[in-house]
Design a protein around this ligand. Structure first.
Ligand SMILES: NC(=O)c1ccc[n+]([C@@H]2O[C@H](COP(=O)([O-])OP(=O)(O)OC[C@H]3O[C@@H](n4cnc5c(N)ncnc54)[C@H](OP(=O)(O)O)[C@@H]3O)[C@@H](O)[C@H]2O)c1
Length: 300
């Protein structure tokens, strides 16, 4: 398949692009800068120069493809507090890609987050069947799923915390940066809330499987395990050589910045349906194992 990937130059993209190339697909990746274009070329992908705001460019690239994986997200806007703007750009991008794919039965794999399920206050482990009517990023997830009715083999991968030595800017490096700045590694309350997580290479395999064979309108969970935030904070404390310390939810914005909205959530999530449907079984190291090496502490 010739696959158009947005966000190809990012953390997930750095695993999804090689995963597709190694399995006989060709890749055209969206790049908004010379540096991103150079990364894609180095990995063996073709480059589509453009930006998420260039909707005509997204339509043209999607039209020229046999399938699309949409990974890009304006994290810079999100970190600066513009959650709404980032989500609106995402929705507009999905609509543009959908314009090009409607009626073709080509695959579109979108991206969402398991953390959004915590907003449903399920009080139990979340599954692929759990949905929300709308909200931040959920509108885009629901839109992608609804595209199944428009002749697109659409699916959504809900990602938890993604970790590995390919990760230099995600949740874990951010927590490490905050721990260094604060002089302690923070967790919320008693820290027993669980963060779902997955290794980048396991997540990349799921994106490929979804592209190749997910039935239209499928939600997928790229979840390997749930880890208590306190254990993550303690592992980070050991790596940074600072103590782990409890903070209140009210203190979270001061000590963990943009992560305040996510840090305290309890997010136990099952991937049982995903594993069964696509024969997807995580095999790479878990989050605490990755935090027991010096990678994150050298690079964050
Ligand atoms: N990593 C996680 O733990 C995690 C967890 C849950 C959900 N997710 C979601 O998974 C997806 C991939 O995440 P990631 O970790 O790979 O993020 P990332 O490393 O920040 O990569 C983001 C990608 O989007 C591109 N991008 C951002 N703004 C753009 C714009 N205006 N125009 C064109 N491209 C733009 C970036 O391009 P440049 O390379 O040029 O900057 C980069 O390729 C995102 O939707 C993210 O929200 C990730």
């Amino acid at each position: 398949m010739r696959v158009f990937i947005t966000g190809a130059s990012g953390h997930l993209g750095s695993a999804v692009v090689p995963e597709l190339l190694q399995h006989g697909h060709s890749v055209a990746g969206l790049a908004r800068s010379d540096a991103s274009a150079a990364r894609l070329t180095e990995w063996g992908a073709d480059v589509v120069r453009g930006d998420l705001h260039d909707l005509d460019g997204l339509r043209a690239a999607a039209e020229a493809s046999d399938g699309v994986i949409h990974l890009a997200f304006r994290h810079e806007a999100m970190v600066a507090g513009d959650f709404t703007g980032a989500a609106e750009t995402d929705l507009a991008a999905v609509r543009a890609i959908a314009d090009a794919l409607a009626g073709t039965d080509k695959p579109l794999v979108g991206t969402s987050g398991t953390g959004l399920l915590a907003r449903a206050n399920l009080g139990r482990t979340g599954t692929e069947d759990d949905t929300l009517p709308g909200g931040y990023r959920i509108d885009a997830e629901n839109l992608v799923i609804d595209l199944a009715a428009k002749g697109i083999r659409s699916s959504v991968v809900r990602l938890p915390i993604v970790h590995s030595t390919l990760d230099t800017t995600g949740f874990v490096p951010s927590l490490i940066t905050f721990a260094r700045r604060n002089g302690f590694s923070a967790y919320i309350g008693d820290g027993t809330n669980r963060w779902s997580s997955v290794h980048t290479l396991d997540a990349a395999r799921l994106y490929r499987l979804a592209l190749e064979s997910a039935p239209a309108g499928t939600r997928l969970h790229a979840v390997a395990e749930g880890v208590e935030l306190r254990r993550i904070a303690e592992a980070i404390g050991r790596g940074v050589d600072v103590p782990a310390r409890s903070i209140t939810p009210e203190q979270a914005p001061e000590y963990v910045g943009f992560l305040a909205a996510f840090a305290g959530i309890d997010n136990p999530t099952s991937a049982a349906r995903t594993s069964e449907l696509l024969d997807w079984h995580p095999t790479y190291p878990g989050l605490l194992e990755d935090l027991s090496t010096d990678f994150y502490f050298r690079t964050a």
